[in-house]
Design a protein around this ligand. Sequence first.
Ligand code: ZN
Length: 318
Amino acid sequence: MSRHVVPRRWKSGMIEVGAKVFAYVQASGIDPTGDTGVANSGLIVGPSAAVAVDALMVPSMTRRLVAAIKRTTRKPIAQLINTHHHLDHTGGNRFFRGAAIVSTEKCREALAPGFPPLSLLQRFMPKFAAEFAKLQVILPTVTFADRMVLHDGEREIQLWHPGFAAHTVGDAVAYLPKERILFAGDIAFLYVTPLAFQGHVGNWIKAADRLLRFDADVIVPGHGPVGTRKDLKNMRDYLALVRREARQRFDAGMPAEAAAADIKLGVYASWSDAERILPNVMRCYQEFRDELDQPMDLPRMLAGMERLRGAASTHACV
Ligand SMILES: [Zn+2]
């Protein structure tokens, strides 16, 4: 297991990570009520127009993002990249009306049926319950299978899909080779526990290994602070730990929820939203049974996570 110090708070707002390249990090950090739904965005300003990476979730979030973009550049947003279909990355698409919305074909397909039911969203992310009724699905307008390059003057933005489902079926990253900056979407969660409820943990480890071979100095994750390859390696090692430990318990016939409570997370117990161990173990079990095409039982998953979170906070009070 990798040893590292877990930051409890991190820098937020519009952060310049390269010349005219910005990470937009929402205020977050270790929060006992969880950080689900609090994602990052990005802004790449070119000579004539700008590109945004992900649109965040509820209107109050995206309005703050759009205001921060307007303070940073007067150039119009020509393209919005959706790194994957999840609500906390696509919920704000409608605020980028003038832009082409670019994603993988699989991301568009996954978004097309719409967002999950309101009641489920409100239970999963109670902090934002009041705003979910205002959500509207806006689908990507430009799609690609595996690779696409956006050119703007000297700037090159390489869009890359791993070729398989990792965090979701249609993940994409945006890589700026000259600037060595990688917008990794949710293939990278830094110091916020990765959530694989629609993912494939084994493949996600492979996708992280591939990203670690990109020549990136800066990684903007989908969740958590701006980091480096060292930070991404920590996340990769979490997934490998969970998968290895889940396998042992699966082979011993232990049920998934018991396994999730039994696995010793070490330093990863201090990452935000540690109770996501449960969906991660449940997905590993589905992977071992070759049943990943079956959707997760979300109400069961949420109830189990609530129990784990309750157990962790009781433990912390003792
Ligand atoms: Zn996601």
